[in-house]
Design a binder for this molecule. Sequence first.
Ligand code: NAD
Ligand code: MG
Length: 392
Amino acid sequence: MSRRISILGATGSVGSATLDLISRAEPGAFEFAALTANANVAALAEIARVHRPEIAVIGDERLAGDLAEALAGTGIETAAGPEALIEAASRPVDYTMAAIVGSAGLRPAAAALQAGSILALANKECLVCAGDYFMELAETRGARILPVDSEHNAIFQAIYPGHEKHIRRIILTASGGPFRDWPVEKMSGVSRADALAHPVWSMGDKISIDSATLMNKGLEVIEACRLFRLPPAQVDVVVHRQSVIHGLVEYIDGSVLAQLGSPDMRIPIASTLAWPERMETPSEPLNLAALARLDFEAPDEIRFPALRIAREALLAGEGATSCLNAANEVAVEAFLAGRVGFLDIPGLVSDCLEAMDRKSMLPKRFAGIDDALNVDRRARDIVSQCMTGIPA
Ligand code: NAD
Ligand code: MG
């Protein structure tokens, strides 16, 4: 029987890896309700022609005509704009891959959960900005969130069912990013290309920069606390440069269960696509003898302050984590555009958090997704102000 699925953010790194797995599955194993993208009409049209979804949606409203033209005569419905993304995500499916980058993915992912779909969650921003809302929505709808982020997927796999109450702590591994061995003096001058050259993973631009600042690990600590309902003190991070162990769960008796695998996102994605079963992937099998060694070290919060800033935001609550995420999105975009330096990124995030805290604009908890998006909007304005030197 075929499974009906949608991919939100189908042209991105995670979206493409998902489509790659589906292309290798038995013909007819999957059928598509919706495929979506932000602005790349040609890429969306190309995958839509291959995978024949019911509807293809482009996020940028101005591109409605271009998409309709590109898919004319195919019988595939087309639509554009944020409301169309939500409508497409609400169509009944068995499984939705939420792989939009940034807080733009919140409403479409929530719509999929609301419709009762299994939510394969790559878009960690959902939990960082509105974790309580997403976890409660999944509970009330009886829908399941399956983590795609490799560390969280590893921990999900290593949690022995029924033993959640016996967890002492969980450990997220971090590759350390391209600057793990750089002295801080050298880090002020890093270029866009240096920062995008991740030593292990091949990913979209935004998360590659976050991996270089270690903000990605900060966002992942927040994601883990909300997803596994653990207090911050029970979520640790260790730098493990080979990225072969993705996550570990330590139980109260001292047993530690881990998930290992080649650093290939198709492995965690496949575990969600086939869940609760397993499926084959073309990933390189792990060759431990060839690897010979696995290294571990504590993260350096002096050279990489983003991890500390994210932990502080986590303790402050949902307003702060939403603000952290939005300010970081804007700062990363500015770095990629050459408008700010690499070391300015954590500084801008920290300034924005302070400014919003002074104005009492960071509630501990949100009543719903609108509150999260309001803080997100305000943080974007404030961090933009900070970048132009206007006091926020
Ligand atoms: P990407 O930039 O490669 O792709 C993002 C996708 O989202 C694209 O299809 C793009 O068209 C779409 N998109 C971007 N902005 C949008 C908007 N405003 N409205 C609608 N659609 C929009 O990103 P990625 O690396 O695939 O990451 C996707 C998500 O998965 C992120 O949240 C990231 O943190 C998470 N993630 C990625 C990886 C990875 O290996 N790439 C690993 C773990 C988690
Ligand atoms: Mg990750």
